[in-house]
Every structure is written in C-alpha cells, then in structure tokens.
Design a protein around this ligand. Structure first.
Ligand code: IMP
Ligand code: MG
Length: 196
C-alpha cells in the first residue's frame, strides 16, 4: 500500500491493521460525489416538482450527507430502514420495512441514493415499492456497484464506481457494524472476517 493511503489509517490506532488495501481513496470519493451531484442537479434543475432523496439506513448515510450538500437544487431527505443481512457477508434476499419514508412522494421527483449494488435485490425491491406510490420520476444514484451479481435489469442512472467482487467496508459500509466511518472504501484482511 502506498504511503499516502497508509496515512489515511492514522497509524495503527484507527483500524490501522484491519484493511488489506484501499480500493477508493477519500479524495476520489469526494470528487465523485461532486460530479454525481452536478449531474443530478442539472437533470432536475428545470423541474417544478419537489425533489426527495431516499436513502437506506445505515449504509447510505455518509453518501447521502455528502451528496445532499453537493447538490445545487433544494431537496427533502428521507430514510428507510430495511431488514438487513445481519453480520453476514452474503445477501439473504429478504426485504422487510423497519422504518418507512415520512413524506408523500406522489408526483414528486424521487432520487434513490444507494451505497452499493451487490445482488441488486434491495434496489429492485425499493424501486417497485416507491414506484407504486406514483412519483413523477425516479432516479437511481449509487456510489458503488459490484459486477456479475445483479439481476439483468437494474437501472442505475448515475454510478460512482464499479468495484471488484470483494467484500468492502468504509464510507458507510460495515462489517459487523464497524468501519462505516472510514472516509475511504477498502477490503478487510481475511483474518478479520474469519475471526468473527
Ligand atoms: P444487494 O441487495 O445485494 O444489492 O445488497 C445491498 C446491500 O448489501 C447494501 O446496501 C449493503 O448494505 C450490503 N452490502 C453489499 N455488499 C457489501 C459489501 O461489500 N460490504 C458491506 N455491505 C455490503
Ligand atoms: Mg445499504
């Protein structure tokens, strides 16, 4: 790992020896947030309808916070909590609503703000659920996507990065509820997975 990226770990004290390698640096993420926000702001600039960002707890929180502040259009922020995969590193495929959105999205422009698309099950379920409420439009923005696992027709309007098919943490993504606060995206050392 190069010296700059190693410095992001803040020595050994802050998960310093847990990360195998950094896949996307904090700087690259922030640049991408700016670019995605510009694109979405441009797309929706002329719309008279209200814009509602919908994020899924907890993974999308970091991206949602940065993305909302980088937009140049006014929005409302909504969060849903869905049944998670627990501490497992593979998806189970079941989706249950633990917390719903608070706003009425009928005739509004909805922007789904996703951390990562893996199997695509979460997103395809969410799309159906929100489209059932008759919004004026639905735009999908995802910071990360893994290859090969998705059902064929997962529409992503604005994508940050395609990443290798490995379990990653940071920038909202966790392993056993840890590592979400890392400002970069990285791969955990295999002994960290295996020991828990
Ligand atoms: P999907 O339904 O399989 O597309 O998975 C979506 C959710 O699984 C994401 O929102 C994450 O919370 C979680 N997830 C998928 N891959 C990873 C990963 O590599 N690290 C951490 N969480 C992940
Ligand atoms: Mg998530």
């Amino acid at each position: 790992m190069d010296a700059d990226l190693q410095n992001e770990f803040n020595g050994d004290e802050w998960y310093g020896n847990h990360i195998e390698r950094v896949i996307i640096s904090a700087d690259a993420i922030q640049e991408k947030v700016t670019e995605l926000a510009k694109r979405v702001s441009t797309d929706l600039a002329d719309s008279d309808d209200e814009i509602i960002l919908v994020g899924v707890f907890k993974g999308a929180v970091m991206f949602m916070a940065d993305f909302a502040r980088a937009l140049s259009v006014p929005v409302k922020m909504e969060f849903m909590a869905l049944s998670s995969y627990g501490d497992s590193t593979t998806s189970s495929g079941t989706v249950r609503i633990l917390k719903d959105i608070d706003s009425d999205i009928k005739d509004k422009n909805v922007v789904i703000v996703e951390d990562i698309i893996d199997s695509g099950l979460t997103l395809s379920w969410l799309l159906k659920y929100l489209e059932g409420q008759e919004p004026a439009s639905v735009t999908v923005v995802s910071m990360l996507r893994k290859p090969g696992m998705q059902h064929t027709d997962i529409p992503v309007d604005h994508l940050g990065f395609d990443i290798p098919n490995e379990f990653v943490v940071g920038y909202g993504l966790d392993f056993a509820e840890r590592y979400r606060e890392l400002p970069f995206v990285g791969v955990l050392k295999s002994e960290i997975h295996q020991n828990s």
